[in-house]
Design a protein around this ligand. Structure first.
Ligand code: ATP
Ligand code: MG
Length: 716
């Protein structure tokens, strides 16, 4: 290049620089993980500002999370020498659209001070509407309707745009009507939901060409990160905004599209060149993040996907360690092992800030939290609550607290009407009055009120029933194990059933958490022991700036990087998830594989994959099959290790013995010395064969049966 490179672009490579300086016209940066897409986008933003091609307020820049927006703001500030006077239009789709909607609210019948309602409010509203329309809310739960509304909004559909199929999806053809009414109801409340933020703006752009024009002219440059995870409404919104100047730069990676369950369409990235003819396509191939081993392992894995563009990645980083695949006995050992590895890294001088544990499902965090508290390792949970702070877990614990300690008023107040029993604020007030007057705890007051005529008959009966339940549970707590008690309480209080009836992805996750809670309790002899453990866990909330290990879901880790990454639970039914296996279909499995690719490529230096041979599911030990993704990793880049020397997993031992693969399900904890059945004896006799962790022969067919019999693991 004849021109001297500006110093702020000096450390970018040639294609990155090209993507930065090609400011005019559409640019598509399509490249694999860790190739510096986000870095290039940040530099592009800085370049535009420094070269004074536009004011910061004339640039629209969309990131996937608020955190990413903050980081980009900071980095651009540094690159431009702090000359940045704010970037009003840098943020997530939601935050940018909320800002726009405040300015034009009246066009869609809102006032500029509208409220954005949260999921709870939304569900309450939907419930009311469902009742008013005499729809059977057990068959057609509010949460299901909420999910449908969201998916329609993600597709950019207003009520009249629904197809017959959409309409049929709720209450035998009431979908459209409920959608229309819901939107009207929101309008009278001067409110909108999250999905509306984008949809309203899209409607405004479509109806009001002046408004659209003003934004088309304002935004001289548009930049979008993680473009592969945009949904239809976001895509339409961007396309309208970019139509005039066409200075739009999107970056993404088809292999990292992991949000199709939220309506994201990877096709958006594939049709960019059609929408913007003459787009410059920049490919980045040099990875700056991961060691050759990590990169090759991830690239090898993603090759198993059929639906992809395909790309080459290379790195100049020095050789590192192979990706470690560790097979352990069970989940507690998995957590113990990860704890040990982290302590070892710490001794070698690693910072805890550079350690992440990425899980497939929220419930998986529990085992690690318990272990880390035990060994005094600080951790943070990103993108979710710590296990024992989750709402459903607190509810379940509140039941246990009332059983263990009838005077625990706070706990009683939490669950007297949870799940909903039709006991309102009035009843609570009565209970409080009575408790105060008699100097009794709430629960005792409730018991007395159930026998008096101070409450209407219905409330009296309900309370009477609940108190009888508590008496029974209290007796039971003397006789059965804490986890059995927990299961009985969840079932008999109908808490479980109501959760299942919701049939949403979220409620299934919450049900999984409760299963995990019961599992955690199996390690305690008495209810008191367990509750004490929980209070210790809750107390361990060292809010300080000390270094911490990060625990989060793979989904939440998108775009991030850590020196050391641990990936536990790589077993069929955990990852790939049971849901993705049940739904079957290549598409859902390939999305799981992309998630695996995202997970591995978060690692800079070390990546450790774990799988346990046995997991406890509903109090029963079942053997687990290592994830098919493990088998798909190129052998030369991984190093296998197993801690099992004395026996095979239940599954391995029984595979050839039994027609019924679940004949081995046992209530007893399998340990190396008390193996059962002929399969076990043989396994013990032959010893554990390390190579078998790869399960070359049976794993394919095994994987296919894993989808069915274990269907009870996941709910919904
Ligand atoms: P992902 O697909 O995971 O979002 P990405 O393509 O956005 O990854 P970045 O996060 O931008 O990749 O960059 C990965 C790492 O490489 C970062 O640590 C970044 O600082 C570094 N990096 C990017 N470009 C260069 C470069 N030209 N020279 C040296 N390091 C670079
Ligand atoms: Mg990125």
């Amino acid at each position: 290049p004849a021109e001297a490179t500006p110093e702020w672009l000096a450390h970018l490579n040639t294609p990155q620089r090209e993507a930065v300086v090609t400011t005019e016209g559409p640019v598509l940066m399509l490249a694999g993980a860790g190739t510096g897409k986000t870095a290039a986008l940040t530099h592009r933003l800085a370049h535009i500002v420094r070269e004074r091609l536009a004011w910061p307020s004339e640039i629209l820049c969309v990131t996937f999370t608020n955190k990413a927006a903050r980081e980009m703001r900071e980095r651009v500030g540094t690159l431009t020498g702090g000359a940045l006077e704010g970037m009003p239009w840098l943020g997530t789709f939601h935050s940018i659209c909320a800002k726009m909607l405040r300015r034009h609210a009246e066009i869609v019948g809102l006032q500029s001070n509208f409220t954005i309602i949260d999921t709870d409010d939304q569900l309450r509203l939907l419930k009311q509407m469902i009742r008013e329309h005499e729809i059977d809310e057990k068959r057609w739960p509010p949460r299901q309707l909420a999910g449908l509304l969201d998916s329609w909004k993600n597709r950019g559909l207003n009520p009249p745009d629904l197809t017959a199929v959409d309409n049929e999806a709720y209450a035998n053809g009431k979908g459209q009507e409920m959608y229309r009414l819901y939107q009207e109801r929101l309008k009278t409340l001067n409110a909108c939901d999250f999905g509306d933020l984008l949809l309203h703006i899209l409607n405004i752009f479509r109806q009001n060409s002046d408004v659209l024009k003003s934004y088309q002219q304002r935004f001289k440059y548009i930049l979008v990160d993680e473009y592969q995870d945009t949904n239809a409404v976001q895509y339409l919104w961007l396309r309208l905004l970019a139509q005039e100047r066409k200075n739009i730069c999107v970056v993404g990676d088809d292999d990292q599209s992991i949000y199709s369950w939220r309506g994201a369409e990877v096709a958006n990235i594939l049709r960019f060149e059609k929408d913007f003819p003459g787009a410059k396509v920049v490919k980045l191939e040099q990875n700056y993040r991961s060691t050759p081993q990590i990169l090759s392992a991830a690239s090898g894995l993603i090759e198993a996907n059929s639906q992809r563009l395909g790309k080459t990645l290379w790195t100049q980083l020095p050789e590192g360690q192979k990706v470690k695949v560790i097979g352990v006995w069970d989940a507690p050992e998995e957590a113990r092992r990860v704890g040990e590895e982290i302590e070892r890294l710490e001794r070698e001088g690693a910072s805890l800030e550079q350690v992440a544990i990425l899980v497939r499902a929220q419930y998986q965090t529990r085992e690690f939290e318990d272990r880390f508290i035990q060994i005094g390792l600080s951790y943070r949970i990103i993108g979710g609550f710590r296990f024992y702070e989750r709402a459903e877990i607190r509810d379940a614990l509140a039941y246990l607290r009332v059983i263990a300690q009838p005077a625990d008023d706070l706990a009683f107040e939490r669950i007297y009407n949870q799940p909903k029993r039709g006991l309102g604020a009035k009843t609570l007030e009565k209970m409080h009055q009575h408790a105060r007057a008699q100097g009794l705890p709430l629960a005792a007051a409730a018991l007395q009120l159930a026998d008096s005529d101070e409450l209407p008959a219905r409330a009296r009966n309900t309370i009477g029933g609940l108190m009888a339940d508590f008496l029974r549970w209290r007796e039971m707590s003397e006789a059965v194990s804490p986890s059995e008690l927990m299961r009985a309480v969840l079932e008999e209080s109908a808490y479980d059933a109501l959760l299942k009836a919701e049939r949403s992805a979220e409620s299934a996750g919450r049900a999984d958490n409760l299963v995990e809670l019961a599992r955690a309790m199996e390690e305690y002899e008495t209810l008191g022991d367990f509750l004490e453990h929980v209070s210790l866990v809750m107390e361990n909330d060292a809010a300080s700036d000390e270094e911490k290990v990060t625990i989060m879901t793979m989904h939440a880790a998108k775009g991030l990087e850590f020196d050391n990454v641990f990936l536990p639970g790589w077993e069929e039914g955990v990852f790939p998830s049971q849901r993705s296996l049940d739904e079957g279909g290549l598409a859902s499995l390939e999305e799981e594989r992309r998630l695996a690719y995202v997970a591995i490529t978060r690692a800079r230096r070390r990546c450790t994959i774990m799988h346990a041979a046995n997991r406890r599911i509903y109090g029963q030990w079942t053997s687990s099959i290592p994830s098919r993704f493990i088998e798909e990793l190129p052998e030369e880049h991984i190093e296998q290790e197993t801690t099992m020397t004395g026996g095979k997993s239940l599954w391995q031992a029984n595979w050839s013995e039994s027609e019924d693969p679940f004949a081995h399900v046992s209530r007893d904890r399998p340990d190396r010395s008390s193996a059962r059945g002929p399969g076990w004896q043989r396994a013990l006799a032959t010893g554990y064969d390390t190579k078998q962790t790869r399960l070359k022969e049976p794993s394919r067919s095994a994987a296919s049966f894993a989808a069915k019999p274990r269907g009870d693991v996941e709910l919904g």
